[in-house]
Design a binder for this molecule. Sequence first.
Ligand code: JF5
Length: 270
Amino acid sequence: MSETGDARLRVDLVTIFPDVVEAYAATSVLGRARRAGILDVRVHDLRQGADDPRRSVDDTPFGGGAGMVLAPGPVFQAIERFAPPRPLFLLSPAGRRFDQRLARDLAGAGGFSLLCGRYEGVDQRVADHLVDGELSIGDYVLAGGELAALVVLEAVCRLVPGVLGNAASPGEESHALGLLEYPQYTRPASFRGYGVPEILLSGDHGRIARWRHAESLRRTLERRPDLIAARGGLSEAEVHLLAEHGYRGGAAIAGAEQAPAEASAQPSEE
Ligand code: JF5
């Protein structure tokens, strides 16, 4: 359809591996939405900011040390040349943690851009004087920002209206509500002797919805108590719902709202 203008969201990515990033962004849900004109995703080659014949973008660190640093000249020049939509974010382990809430905000922002670092680091003047912020997808170190940028791109783009086939609204996903998903099953009802929870075969949609909500709460309590703490514990209705479904631990958690349970060592995300 279109190549610009009427898309719901524009995302520019700047990387020294434009072919790799473009190949992924041409695939699956992203590729389909781009071809339909819903997403305007533009992948730029960072090396176009380099003006020497070798197109070099890195240099040795002042002060010594191992490895190379992405130099400010090529990065500033690339960004000035491409003029990608702001806000522009640098992917970095030192950035603000990317989460579902930020994904939702960016999906409604109209446009933003992602700058992929490489080598052992990026000249600090890029973070201080060029980009609008730094984003981290988690507490581990990658060889470069490309995979992190693709994670951000996919998480944001699937929230743009029309990008998913749209059976369910992603705003109703339990993770959007700060909970883990309930378990899902499909045919056959008995597989290698393993069954499916009876209630899902009952046809009682009200009971099924309540069971699923209880399962989301139960799983989140057991696996991610930090998410329960971040939403302020359990409501009285949720404690009742859990009790109705045979879960005995709910009341203790609700009573622990001001005295968080032992497992909340991780920083809360949502
Ligand atoms: C990168 C210097 C950027 O490793 C990452 C990353 C980890 N979580 N989120 C992003 O980005 C690549 C590595 C070194 C700058």
